[in-house]
Design a protein around this ligand. Structure first.
Ligand code: SF4
Length: 356
């Protein structure tokens, strides 16, 4: 974007006119309620709009305001989140709701310095909530805006915190004085609908004449692609049944997928066969050996930094151990719908339901 020819007013006018006639009608755009805007912003992190819509609608029905969310048990909150992934987001929503109720009289703070201290409020979420809910002059840099920004200023690098700072610094100067909420949403929408990662529709873009990447024909290679390396993990799972009930266990309250429920089992170690891993895991977790091991199914699920392949086996335990009720439960398939499970385990439950 060349400073000497940049016409702010023209840029804003074109962008906003385009947004007003082309933006999608999304449920969280029909409200100015800061609580609902906050929920949508958290759900939309790392998750597509189409996936978020039904979750958002169910959520605002279950927890229509900050008070209902703050009073709900964590398990209920995690259950409402089940399938969206990155469960720390749900835990943070719950903790932040309690703080907002107790410290800020149920009003989401209007100052950046207050918001940023709340669980789950990083620079992005704080700026998004302040600008969209309160129309405060905060520039929002999500993945879509980052891409639009880097192309507008022709920043030919991989997106990093360094390029983010540069993009933000340059684009910050172009925030309008009024209607910031519309400007930020228009930039995000432009990235989502027109300035897509691959095959950007530059001929339909309202700001083509301001775009240096378009001018040089480099829009397809900006930003430079980042290679994502997924670690692969093999996990074994024991489906242990007593009558109509299955044994499930709660994960530790800290770390990956904290507090969610799953079937007993764990990671296969190098050099072990899947069945050896299953015997070892159950011995470690339940203190008993297993018999009549029979392969049931295998499912895959990609988490943030790894891809897990879950191998499920039905089996019997030799001795029923003394189980801590806080961590272990015997639950029917129907009853499992009350418990939050990670997506891989939810796929196993679906398999069991179909096999009945
Ligand atoms: Fe993106 Fe093309 Fe518009 Fe530039 S002209 S902002 S590359 S869609």
């Amino acid at each position: 974007m060349r400073e000497e020819r940049f016409d702010h007013l023209k840029f804003h006018t074109r962008l906003i006119l385009w947004y007003n006639s082309h933006s999608r009608s999304l449920p969280w755009r029909k409200t100015n309620d800061p609580y609902k805007i906050w929920i949508s912003e958290i759900m939309l992190q790392q998750t597509t709009v189409q996936t978020v819509i039904p979750y958002y609608e169910r959520w605002v029905e279950h927890f229509p305001n900050i008070g209902t969310l703050s009073r709900a048990p964590l398990q209920q909150v995690l259950k409402a989140w089940q399938g969206l992934g990155y469960y720390q987001r749900a835990r943070n929503l719950h903790s932040a709701a309690k703080i907002i109720v107790n410290r800020y009289h149920s009003q989401i703070p209007k100052e950046y310095d207050d918001l940023i201290k709340l669980p789950g409020f990083g620079p992005y979420t704080s700026s998004a909530v302040l600008s969209i809910a309160y129309d405060k002059p905060c520039f929002v840099l999500d993945a879509n805006v980052r891409r639009v920004g880097m192309r507008l200023i022709r920043l030919k690098e991989k997106a990093t915190s360094k390029t983010d700072a540069a993009t933000k610094k340059l684009l910050n100067a172009y925030i309008p004085l009024k209607k910031i909420r519309t400007f930020n949403q228009a930039m995000m929408e432009l990235g989502a609908l027109v300035c897509r990662p691959r095959n950007p529709s530059c001929l339909l873009c309202p700001v083509t004449e301001f775009c240096r990447a378009f001018e040089s024909g480099e829009q397809e290679i900006i930003p430079s692609p980042r290679k994502r390396e997924y670690k692969k993990i093999e996990t074994v799972i024991a489906i242990i049944k007593k009558g109509e009930r299955y044994l499930i266990q709660r994960r530790p309250s800290r770390g990956l997928l904290a507090g969610l429920w799953e079937f007993p089992g764990g990671k296969k170690k190098p050099g072990e066969s899947l069945e050896e891993a299953l015997h070892r895991e159950i011995q470690e977790e339940l203190g008993t050996d297993i018999t009549e091991v029979c392969f049931l199914t295998q499912v895959q699920h990609a988490y943030t930094h790894f891809q897990a392949r879950l191998h499920a086996y039905s089996c019997l335990i030799k001795h029923e151990p003394q189980l801590d009720k806080q961590t272990f439960r015997w639950v029917t398939l129907r009853g499992m719908h009350q418990y939050p499970f990670p997506s891989g385990s939810a796929k196993i439950i679906k398999f069991l339901e179909k096999s009945l």
